[in-house]
Design a binder for this molecule. Structure first.
Ligand SMILES: O=P(O)(O)OC[C@@H](O)[C@@H](O)c1c[nH]c2ccccc12
Length: 256
């Protein structure tokens, strides 16, 4: 499934490139106001931090929410205390777009993450051109050389990579390319199975100085507390926020 998602995202990027060539996206990326320092916004604190996700649908859960106004949702997230906003820009299965990201960027002042299946520099430049401060890089989808070169490009553009892992070996690969923000996704993107204990098993492999992000499988405040107790600096939440009152839910989650 993961390779299919990546292939789809790359083919959609190739399509966009026909009307918006590499050089045009590159100059748009360089023309943007500098990216916000996401590492600072997400740095370890005496309270858990939350990345709140704008997510309409997913291949494993189907349609989650309408979200006709992603900017309004993101404003609620910011008001509710989110430290950053994740925007799913994958169009085929998650029903997102770069336009969603641009609207969110214009509406909030916290860092914004492009959540997509990224495999080539063009997509990183698109992210910066749309105003993203963070880009997701999924270790399982990339060979080590590509992971390293994409992480370098993200840094050169002043952005931060959230490097997503799902095993001890993938955590080591993330650290090998110098990741400063490492995510552990409870969901296996090939089988869609959830393992909420995975973060706890891998957290110790992530050295202090690297920000630890627990991704997926948060339904209740108790789940946030569980990840926090296991060492999460940041928790990334999608479904629970788009299917409930976002401000109330965030307030509850941040009170753990
Ligand atoms: O809706 P949830 O279970 O709270 O999960 C959010 C986020 O972790 C999930 O959307 C996600 C994590 N990694 C991804 C990679 C691609 C697409 C989506 C994701």
């Amino acid at each position: 499934m993961l390779s299919e998602l990546l292939a789809g995202a790359l083919s959609d990027a190739a399509e966009r490139r026909l009307t918006r060539p590499f050089a045009a996206v590159e100059s748009a990326a360089l023309d943007r106001a500098p990216a916000i320092d996401a590492l600072h916004a997400l740095s370890p604190a005496d309270r858990v931090k939350i990345i709140a996700e704008v997510k309409r649908a997913s291949p494993s859960r189907g349609t989650l929410a309408e979200i006709s106004d992603p900017a309004a949702l993101a404003v609620s997230y910011e008001f509710g205390g989110a430290s950053a906003i994740s925007v799913l820009t994958e169009g085929r299965r998650f029903l997102g777009s770069l336009a969603d990201l641009e609207q969110v960027r214009a509406a909030v002042s916290v860092p914004v993450l492009r959540k997509d299946f990224i495999g080539e520099p063009y997509q990183v430049l698109e992210a910066r051109a749309a105003g993203a401060d963070l880009v997701l890089l999924i270790v399982a989808a990339l060979d080590q050389a590509t992971l390293g070169s994409l992480q370098t490009l993200v840094r050169e553009l002043g952005m931060t990579a959230l490097v997503e892992t799902h095993s001890a070996e993938e955590v080591d690969r993330a650290l090998d390319v110098g990741a400063s923000l490492v995510g552990v996704n409870a969901r296996n993107l090939s089988t869609f199975e959830l393992d909420q204990e995975l973060f706890g098993r891998l957290a110790d492999r992530i050295p202090s100085g690297v920000v630890r992000v627990a991704e997926s499988a948060v339904k209740t405040a108790a789940d946030v507390a569980h990840y926090r107790a296991a060492g999460a600096d940041v928790v990334l939440v999608g479904e629970a926020l788009v299917t409930n009152d976002p401000i109330l839910t965030l307030t509850e989650f941040l009170a753990v």
